[in-house]
Design a protein around this ligand. Structure first.
Ligand SMILES: Cc1ncc(COP(=O)(O)O)c(C=O)c1O
Length: 415
């Protein structure tokens, strides 16, 4: 993982980060601190703290308290950025970043594989605010992206790998093109948490849906925006506080607790995810496994160049002879994979994703039904046995509708 040969290893830093540094007698973990109003000894003391809106000082609950500050320090360190702002959800982090970098009359470029609600925000509220959005193929080359830049392009947005279809993006190239035209680069780095160092690749602001691996236990929602430098920090921080973004200190405290085991969970889930993905590759029902860490998979070369590990979220494309109802029958039959959105928890999850995918540039890129899997901490032999039984149901269901002429094509237009 993110081991710096000169300094302490990532595991050591995970244990140390986001904790009080004082030598005084204290608990191992920073205690949970809740609060709204802050009391000052004098008006002058209050005025002095209000004059420092970008610093970690107690002014009012909305601006954060000690529990937020500890988590913000830790996330900034994991992401390798200057500072972090914690907000209530991953989606709040996405929309706050978009509001920080875009104004009415400006244009942004967004990958076609972006997380659906990001697209919903831009096409709805963003358009209402006068922001123009163009979607680009996520694996576009440098010349292609340059040609899409406009005089008013203020932001290039990236998400790597892309939601559901897992396209890996050349983030350094995106940064080169964006910065060359005076635009900024925002990356949704949720999948790459601790495996991809956004600021080594020129990212201005990195987004984490802390709900996923950072929370790690499917019991909280959080988001984080981390910036490369002071100028980006001030932009993001002032946007978040102007919009009234906040996160519960209880959730921040839980996230701080979870991040101590981040490396062990992610390494184990990476190993299990790759084992299950490799097994799926050998199944006759599957025509492609969309997992960039699998040798020979789409995006593998870029993943190998830029990432030090892989999350356990990936997708599989089924042979076109199976339709949506076949897939639903298979998924309903699984016992260990819960049917559910979100990911990054300790448990395995599955979803049929056709209804969650919108593609306006690369519609019909994959010829079959897509199933997204999140591999948790269960034993892989049990997960594989569960999937094996599920494939039997899939085949039986497909055989049972032999009279019907054609499978339903995947729906790429739904949200
Ligand atoms: C890539 C990505 N970004 C952002 C989010 C939003 O996170 P949250 O559910 O915390 O709002 C999600 C949620 O699934 C996601 O998958």
């Amino acid at each position: 993982m993110q081991d710096d040969p000169e300094g302490p290893g990532f595991g050591t830093r995970l244990v140390q980060m986001g904790r009080p540094r004082s030598a005084a007698q204290t608990f191992v973990n920073p205690p949970l601190e809740r609060g709204s109003s802050v009391l000052f000894p004098s008006v002058a003391a209050r005025d002095a703290t209000r004059a420092r809106p970008f610093d970690q000082v107690l002014t009012y609950g909305l601006k954060g308290g000690p529990t937020h500050f500890h988590l913000e320090d830790a996330v900034a360190e994991i992401e390798g950025g200057s500072r972090s702002q914690i907000v209530s959800t991953g989606l709040a982090a996405v929309t706050a970043a978009l509001m920080a970098y875009l104004r009415g009359g400006q244009h942004c470029l967004v990958p076609d594989s972006v997380y659906g609600p990001t697209r919903t925000f831009l096409d709805g509220m963003g358009a209402g605010f006068g922001i123009a959005t163009t979607y680009y193929p996520p694996t576009i080359d440098e010349g292609g992206l340059r040609a899409m830049m406009r005089a008013n392009t203020a932001l290039v947005y990236a998400e790597s790998p892309g939601s559901h279809t897992m396209e890996v993006q050349d983030v350094a190239m995106l940064a080169r093109v964006a910065h060359g035209a005076g635009a900024r680069l925002v990356l949704d780095n949720t999948w790459g948490l601790s495996f991809f160092r956004p600021f080594d690749h020129g990212v201005d602001c990195s987004i984490q849906a802390g709900t996923k691996y950072l929370g790690g236990h499917s019991d909280l929602l959080l988001g984080a925006l981390t910036t490369s430098d002071d100028a980006n920090w001030q932009r993001v921080r002032s946007t978040a506080t102007t919009l009234g973004h906040y996160a519960s200190p209880d959730d921040c405290w839980l996230a701080l607790r979870s991040l101590r085991t981040l490396r062990v969970r992610m390494q184990e889930q990476m190993r299990s995810g790759l084992e299950v993905a490799g097994w799926l590759r050998g199944r006759p029902e599957v025509i492609e496994v969309l997992h960039p860490a699998l040798p020979g998979a789409r995006g593998h070369d870029l993943w190998k160049r830029d990432f030090s590990g892989a999350a356990s979220l990936f997708s599989v494309v089924l042979a076109p002879r199976f339709d949506h109802d076949d897939l639903v029958a298979m998924i309903d039959a699984l016992r260990l994979f819960g049917i559910g959105a979100s990911w990054g928890g300790f448990e395995s999850l599955v979803l049929p994703t056709a209804a969650l995918i919108t593609r306006t540039v690369e519609a019909g890129k994959f010829p079959g039904q897509i199933m997204r899997l999140h591999v948790g901490l269960e034993d892989t032999r049990d997960l594989i046995a569960d999937l094996e039984a599920g494939f039997e149901v899939l085949a039986r269901h497909a055989a049972g509708r032999a009279g019907r002429p054609h499978p339903t094509p995947p729906d790429w237009t739904g949200q």
